[in-house]
Ligand binder design. Sequence first.
Ligand code: ASP
Length: 266
Amino acid sequence: MVRDGQAALRVVEGMICHLEQSGLFNAGLGSRKQLDGVQRMDASIMEGYSLQAGAVAGLEGFCHPISVAKLVMEETDHVLLVGQYATHLARHFKLEKNAAPKKTLKRKDLKLAGLGKSKSMRLFKKMTQYDTVGAVVLDSFGNLAAGASTGGVPMMLPGRVGDSPLIGAGVFADNTAGAVSMTGLGEGIMRLVMAKQITDLIKSGKSPKQATQSTLKELVTRIKGGQAGCLVLDPDGRFAIKHVTKWMSAGHWNGKGKPVVADRFS
Ligand code: ASP
């Protein structure tokens, strides 16, 4: 809950920009590469007052896909722009370019350092399988917003697009129901339209926890290999952070004291 009157949307953009900039996550500077060696990023953002949304898919060469998604929402009549056309928009508005892609250690370097099969390496691989960044925010005006930004999943064919830029699948926000940001294997998340399913359940009277639990249960029982985690917030400020992956780093803050941060939530 943000109490100082900042609009939820700006806070979502700001937080995600920070994570994209860090190079630590699979988003923005730290995005994975598709199998042809190119980073193609997906992002979306939505606000719950008038249900405006913007998204980009397959964006190349810019640091902040979330800001390009917000430009689509605010400066165009559309919701989703893809590939070179999303890139043209970012260039037109002179957004910051991703001039120096993050250098990651190659498998060969890890083997040379004796880390290839180490316990730490195995743990690191498990912890960083899905590293999309996302945020959900409720501001003091009662407005909800949600966003997500990603470099995709391991071993992607060039041109693959996940759930993150798909409104209703990876991201959804509606002041009358809730705000959701998803992470995990997009191929499963999009087939169950998970973000919208969670907010529909909240609207029908379920708590964020119940809505999230039952949607995640449906994912693992109905979709082979389905894996996901979600950030969920309702119009009263009740929230759920849940995952069926082993790890999910996340934090929450209610406007007072210090934020709570952890890498696992029950
Ligand atoms: N959901 C993202 C995708 O499928 C990946 C992730 O959450 O890390 O593109």
